[in-house]
Unconditional design. Structure first.
Length: 114
């Protein structure tokens, strides 16, 4: 299983970014995927998850601003991030749980300037 994340960058507060995570080596229709983030000096935290059936779960800090969705035809998961705040600055990691195993992609840096 391989996960390739992309889409990070530098944006001003209030701006938007879309992260993508392309998955390969697994059956996309039966996995659970998600985004986590880790800010400097802090532990990695959950941002959002989405099941193969489309059920979603969000951290309270991003509810109403971030949207997680997936495209089965492209085996790709996305995180649309709107109304970004400086406290959203972190390295974002995509995650897949497949047959009980955890897989992580390399992180992508998101920096929000005030």
């Amino acid at each position: 299983v391989q996960l390739q994340a992309s889409g990070g960058g530098l944006v001003q507060a209030g701006g938007s970014l879309r992260l993508s995570c392309a998955a390969s080596g697994s059956i996309f229709s039966i996995n659970v995927m998600g985004w986590y983030r880790q800010a400097p000096g802090k532990e990695r935290e959950l941002v959002a998850t989405i099941t193969s059936g489309g059920s979603t779960n969000y951290a309270d800090s991003v509810k109403g601003r971030f949207t997680i969705f997936r495209d089965g035809a492209k085996n790709t998961m996305y995180l649309q991030m709107n109304s970004l705040k400086p406290e959203d600055t972190a390295v974002y990691y995509c995650h897949e749980k497949y047959y009980g195993m955890d897989y992580w992609g390399k992180g992508t840096q998101v920096t929000v300037s005030s």
